[in-house]
Each structure stands twice: as C-alpha cells, then as structure tokens.
Design a protein around this ligand. Structure first.
Ligand SMILES: [Mn+2]
Length: 320
C-alpha cells in the first residue's frame, strides 16, 4: 500500500472451512500479531484493525461460511460506505463472497448519488469458478468467483449476481479445470493466464485489467489469493502452484493503487502460517516495499516479527 491519507480499516476473516486444510484460518491473527497495522501505519495511512469475523460451528459447512460471509459483508458495507478503504485479511477465499457482496452493496447505494456497479480484479493461480456439479473436491474455496457471478447452488451463493462478468478480470491463472474456464468464457470474464503475462509482461496486463474493471463501474476492488504468487515468494499457502507471479513485480505493478479513490476494498487471502517457510510469505506481504525501506523502524519491526520457523511444507494436497 502506498502513501495515502485515507483511513484503512482492516478486517480479519478468520476461517479456513472452505479449504481442505483449515490452517489459513489462523492467518489474520498471525498477521495482526506481527504488526500488519503498524506496517501500514508507517506509511502515514490512518489504519486500525476493526475486528475479526469468525465462523460458528452450527449446521453445515456451507451455512457456517454463509453466516460468516454475511457478517463480513455488513462490516465491509459500513467501511466502504463511509469512504474508508477496507482491507480484508483471510482466511480461505470463500470470504470473497462476503467482502465483495458488502462492497458492491455500498458502491451501489453510494450516498453521494453516484453509485453503480463494482469492478473486481481477481489475482489468483486458480479460477475459483467451480459450481458444486463441476467441483471434483467440493471445496468451497474453489467456488467464490462463480458465486459472485450468481452461479452455483449452495447456501453460500444466494444465486444473486454481485458483479457483472464484463466488470471482472482474473490475473495469474495457471491451474484450473476446463469446466471453470468454460463458465468464465461463456459469461465473458476476461482471464489473463500466466502464459499471457509472460508474453506481455505483468505491467501491461495489470494496466489492461485495471482499465477493464474501471470501465462502466462506480468503483473497483482487488482480491489477491496469495497462491497467485510464485511458491518461491509465497510458500505459505494451501494450494501452491509453480510458475507464478513474483511478489516484487506484483507490488511494482500495483504500486500507488491504494491512493486511488476508486479502489474501495482490498482482500488478501489464503495465507497459512503453518505452511510458511522462513517467513518468506510474510516478507512478500510487507506492505509496499519501496516505502517500507524508507521507514527503517517499521521495516525492522516487521522483520523481527516475521515467523522464522522454517517448517518444511510437506503437505501438498491439490485442491481439486
Ligand atoms: Mn482463490
């Protein structure tokens, strides 16, 4: 996140129920404890940890996640409606259903009267566009984009289209099932796979993707699944995929984005502290590295807190 005077409200989405390994449910607490708020605050933003949403344990998995998402949506609506930047920290990617439903509601009902649709930039190694009938694993974190597009029939998906396909871009995809790609193609979602990024360069792709999510929308949001990053930079995710984005290049391509008044919310998901290796994932998350370098104190603090237990990442089950 770059220099900005805008208020930043951080919200934890502390559940991993939608993933085969629930470890990412600990992500928000760990990032809070190692000083995420202070690191962002070092860049002159007014930042506070607003709260953390947990899932309860009543009923089916779907309904637990659906309730947590509904709580999260209400919180995000409030933050966005008052003009702050919402930063949602997952948890597994099912929290996107809550984050973007809440953001879309706030953006549609903008008090100033210039409300409209929400654009969404989805940065991910996967397409997250399964519906229950196409998912080999039934893992719900493989479905949130389909849900937001109004597809899929689970309690998580009210069947309501929160975003329009022409306002959504996926960047960094490299591992998915044909049915997901077919759904997105049929709907008209622009997908920028890794092969295209390697050919054209990340800067050019991000520029085009940002133009698309801004076109015809009132405001836009960005969701970053950390598995979009190369496992060399972000080993601490449940479903790592080789051949991904380098953290420094992505930070450079998105540099300054937090100061953009059209950006209403940012979401960072799937960080699993138990799978991190030598704090590498946390180091990649360090907000806006160039600015952090100028703030040596904050940078030292972040390094000091970064978990260093170099636990080998042995468990590598594919999601699908
Ligand atoms: Mn994802």
């Amino acid at each position: 996140m770059s220099n900005t005077h805008r208020n930043v409200s951080v919200i934890g989405a502390a559940w991993g129920l939608g993933a085969p390994n629930p470890g990412c449910g600990d992500g928000p607490d760990v990032l809070k404890s190692i000083g995420l708020v202070q690191a962002i605050g070092a860049q002159r933003a007014h930042v506070g940890w607003l709260g953390t949403v947990h899932a309860d344990s009543k009923g089916s998995l779907d309904s637990q996640i659906a309730r947590a998402c509904s709580t999260l949506a209400d919180v995000v609506t409030g933050v966005v409606a008052r003009g702050d930047l919402a930063l949602v920290v997952g948890g597994d990617h099912t929290c996107a259903v809550g984050t973007w439903t809440g953001a879309a509601d706030a953006v549609a009902g903008d008090a100033a009267g210039d409300g409209g649709p929400l654009g969404l930039l989805w940065i991910d190694a996967h397409l997250d566009s399964h519906v229950p009938s196409t998912s080999p694993s039934n893992a719900l974190h493989g479905m949130p984009l389909a849900c937001l597009l109004g597809r899929g029939e689970t309690p998580l998906c009210a069947g309501r289209a929160v975003v329009r396909p022409e306002h959504v871009c996926v960047v960094g995809a490299r591992s998915f099932e044909p049915a997901e790609a077919e759904l997105l193609m049929r709907l008209g979602v622009r997908v920028f796979p890794m092969a295209e990024i390697e050919r054209r360069g990340l800067d050019a792709v991000v520029r085009e993707a940002l133009r698309l999510v801004r076109t015809g929308t009132a405001r836009f949001g960005i969701t970053l699944d950390l598995d979009a990053l190369d496992p060399r930079d972000a080993p601490g995710v449940g479903v790592p995929e080789p051949g991904g984005l380098r953290a420094a290049e992505l930070a450079a391509a998105l540099h300054g984005i937090a100061s953009d008044p059209a950006l209403c919310a940012l979401e960072v998901v799937e960080y699993d502290p138990s799978l991190d290796v030598a704090g590498r994932t946390v180091a990649s998350l360090r907000p806006s590295s160039p600015t952090m370098r100028r703030s040596r104190r904050a940078s030292r603090r972040w390094r000091r807190f970064a978990p260093r237990d170099a636990r080998p990442c042995r468990r590598r089950s594919r999601r699908n």
